[in-house]
Structures are given as C-alpha cells and as structure tokens.
Design a protein around this ligand. Structure first.
Ligand SMILES: Nc1ncnc2c1ncn2[C@@H]1O[C@H](COP(=O)(O)OP(=O)(O)OP(=O)(O)O)[C@@H](O)[C@H]1O
Ligand SMILES: [Mg+2]
Length: 454
C-alpha cells in the first residue's frame, strides 16, 4: 500500500533529519526548513500529516511566521492533520494553534516514540474524515435525480449540467443508447428555476410522422379529420418548464423547419390555428445517432443543429466509466434486492465479468442484467451466469476457435456416417475426405460409441 505523505516543517537541521530518519519507514516524508519550501511541498503533494515547528525563520523566537503558515496550510489542505511543535515554554502557543485548526501539539524536546503515536492517531482521524468527504462528494455528485457517477467523464457531465441549468440555452445531449441521456435532461430541469414547472418529454422517433406535428404543436377543433376538439401540444404543456425532444434525429425535415421557428421566435401555432401563442419553454434534445453526420448527409437541418446544440453534453459509454460500472451494479443490486428476502452481493467472478464486458446496451443493459440476477441468483452471491453471461457469451472468455473447429469437424463426420448407415467409404466421399482421414477422425474423437448410440 502507498504510504501517506508527511510534511515535516522544522528549521533545526539536526532535529529535522532525525525526525526524517525515524519516520521514513512509516511515511513518505517531505522535509522543509522554512515556510517557502513548505508551501512548495504543499503545492506538489497532498500531505495527510504535517508537523509544524511554530518558531520558524526569519524570526524563530516569535511564532508569527509559524501561525501564518498554519493558516496557509489549512487553506490549501483542509483535511491535512497538523501537529504543531513548540519550544518548552510554548504550551500557550500550542493551545492557540489548536484553536486555529491545528490537530494536536508536541512540546520540545521531541520524543520520537510519542510523536509516532500522535501521528498514528492523527492519521486515523484523517482517514475517517477523508472517507466521509469522499462519500459526501459522491452524494453531492449524484444530487441529480439519482445519476450515479464518480468517473472523470461523468463528473464532467455533472459540472456542465450545473453550469447550464441556471440558463435557458438549448442543450443537446448525445450518447449511445442507454447511457442516461434522459436522466441528464431531467437533471437539467430539476436543477433549474423551472423545476416547479412541467418537464415534458416527447419521443420524436416513436410517434408516427402524421401525428407528430399535432402532438408537438397541438391542433384546433376541426383542423383535420378526427380533430373533434381543440388540443394543446407538448410544447404548450411545457409552458414555463422544459421540453425534452428525445431522438431528435428522427424528426422529419418538414417538422424540423417548424421546430426551428419555435426556437427562434418562442411562438407556436396550433395545427389549423390562426394566431400564434407565446411560449416560455426551455428545450433539451437528445440523440444517439451522430447528428453532425446526418447534417452532412442532408437529413438534418444545419441551422436547427446549431440552434439545438448551443451546449452539447456528451454522455460517455458505460465501458469508459471505470469504477462506475461496479458502483452502478452494486447500486442496482441494492435497489432490486431491497424487496427480496435475502440481500445479495456480487461474487468476485461477477465483478471481473462486469469489468471485462463492453456493455453495448450501457447502463440500461446493466440495470436489466442485475434485475434479472436478483431473481435468478439462488444463494446470496450473484455469479456471472445469474447476470446472463453464459459460457459461450460475448464476454470473450470462451472464444476458443480450435475447439469450435473440432466441434464442427466432429459434428459433420458424425452426420455423414449416420446418413450412410455406417458406410465409411460413402461418408468419406460425401465429406470430400479420404477413408484413412475419416478413420483417423473417428479414432481421434473416440466416435464409434457415439455413432452406434446415435
Ligand atoms: N448514471 C446513472 N445512474 C443511475 N442510473 C442510470 C444512470 N444512467 C442511466 N441510468 C438508468 O439507466 C436507464 C437508461 O437511462 P436513460 O433512459 O436515461 O438512457 P438513454 O440514454 O435516454 O437511453 P436511450 O438512448 O435508449 O433512450 C434508466 O433506467 C436510468 O435510470
Ligand atoms: Mg432515452
């Protein structure tokens, strides 16, 4: 395991070297003789522990340089545990240092064994607090409607959500299927001042083209056959809130023009309507196809593409999210086994399989596999097979070409022999092999038994 870093700030060369020697076995020691060097060490490394001699140059007899440095260390590394070291009349100074945020103190002459104990206890507290801070951070990062993610890629997504949520700019969310694009869209809404107003999704790919226009813009009574009453469209329903245009790539070209006009003018006209209605709606769109490519192919309007994608959030595929994969698997496991009689856990093999798999269906696939595993796992441990990873699955664990060839060879020879009622010559002829070769194969697989039985 990696050693924790300990910064020793001590202007007395003999003492500093002595401490360094005594503590190097347990800690990764960074020595500093004066404040400037200490601050430099602090910049380049994040020490968990610091010992700080309060009497430092330029004026070692007064503690002002020490106190100034104490403040700077706390500002830079709030989680670092600082042990102040004072001269033999320095008890009062030590108390003052503690009141300002130092963790503990030690009075010179330094007793190394005592210092070791103090450091060990401080490190323990440091570990507890760091873990707490990590959990807190994780909790804050998933503040968005249960979007989990500690990976750098997802943290980038979160930081963009935070930035754009407060604005009204249109956002285009792109990513493979099942990566969480809708969750991102909802998070943008819930983090904005529109959160008490509606979030209205519409899937442009799931509604027949003929109905889509009226679904989006609404219609007046009698606008077309079957329009018995006036109806508001989804855009109108989102008034004051957020409209989520899912699968925007499937929006037919004629409707692209109308959506563009709505984005530009913030007005809509119902189908069959005479006047326009003012809209205050924020738009978030999602696509899992490469929209830019569609633009180049002339299937998606360039002007609409730029309107929608003022900000683009790209949600990374699950396979690129490192530790998040297992984190998510565990979260889903907890969620779905909450109602099951026995709490389930992932076996080591399941963790390995989850990490090795490339997740073409992303988070949705992971969620489905885990849900299935909760039902199928018999004991309390989830195994790869419970997750639907069979022995010949695409996990790459059983891609044995040689064995596949042998299986096929065996099967063909068997079929030919059965077909020709055990006549090896005829079987060989059909297989395009010589008699000795077929005999050789029979012997190799010890086949006679199975041929007779079959
Ligand atoms: N980071 C995440 N944390 C927790 N759950 C997630 C996360 N990402 C996705 N999910 C879950 O995975 C499922 C798929 O997410 P979502 O529907 O948002 O994906 P999508 O990108 O819109 O998919 P599609 O392209 O198929 O429409 C949902 O059940 C969602 O709750
Ligand atoms: Mg979706």
């Amino acid at each position: 395991m990696q050693k924790h870093k300990l910064l020793i700030i001590e202007d007395d060369d003999t003492l500093r070297v002595q401490m360094q020697w005594a503590l190097a076995e347990m800690y990764d020691v960074l020595p500093a003789a004066e404040p400037e060097a200490a601050l430099q060490a602090l910049q380049s490394a994040q020490p968990s522990l610091v010992t700080l001699d309060l009497g430092l140059p330029p004026n070692p007899s007064d503690a002002s340089a020490g106190f100034r440095l104490l403040g700077k260390i706390l500002q830079h590394s709030p989680l670092a545990k600082i042990i102040v070291v004072t001269g033999n009349s320095g008890r009062e100074l030590a108390m003052k240092a503690i009141s300002q945020g130092a963790h503990d103190f030690m009075v010179k002459p330094v007793d190394i064994d005592e210092l070791k104990i103090i450091l060990k206890r401080a490190l323990y507290i440091h570990s507890l607090e760091s873990e707490q801070a990590r959990v807190q951070h994780a909790r804050e990062s998933r503040d968005f409607e249960e979007i989990l993610g500690l990976s750098a890629g997802m943290q980038d997504v979160f930081s963009t959500i935070r930035k754009v949520a407060a604005t009204d700019v249109p956002v285009l969310v792109t990513g493979e299927s099942g990566t969480g694009k809708e969750l991102v869209a909802r998070a943008i809404h819930h983090d904005s001042i529109r959160k008490s107003r509606p979030f209205v999704p519409i899937n442009c790919g799931a509604i027949p083209e003929t109905l889509l226009e009226s679904e989006l813009f609404g219609h007046e009574r009698g606008a077309f056959t079957g329009a018995h009453a006036q109806r508001s469209g989804r855009i109108e329903m989102a008034q004051g809130g957020t409209l989520f245009l899912d699968e925007i790539a499937d929006l037919p070209l004629p409707l692209q023009v109308k959506v563009l006009r709505f984005l530009q003018d913030h007005k809509i006209e119902r189908v069959g309507g005479r006047g326009s209605i003012n809209m205050d709606v924020r738009v978030v769109a999602a696509a899992n196809k490469c929209l830019k490519k569609l633009v180049m192919e002339g299937k998606f309007r360039e002007d609409l593409y730029y309107r929608l994608g003022v900000v683009n959030i790209e949600v990374p595929p699950l396979r690129e999210r490192g530790e998040d994969i297992v984190l998510l698997a565990k979260a889903f496991l907890n969620r779905y086994s909450a109602t099951s009689p026995r709490q389930k856990a992932l076996s080591a093999e399941a963790v390995d399989t989850i990490n090795a798999y490339n997740w073409p269906g992303n988070v949705r696939e992971l969620e489905n596999r885990v849900r299935r595993a909760v039902t199928f796992a018999e004991g309390s441990l989830v195994r790869p097979s419970d997750l639907g990873f069979g022995p010949a699955d695409e996990t790459g664990q059983n891609l044995d070409l040689k064995k596949a060839k042998e299986d096929l060879e065996l099967k063909f020879v068997q079929m030919a022999i059965i077909k020709h009622n055990g006549n090896i010559s005829k079987a060989a002829e059909e297989l395009g092999l010589s008699r000795p070769t077929v005999h050789h194969i029979i012997k190799k697989y010890n086949m006679l038994e199975s041929v007779r039985k079959g």
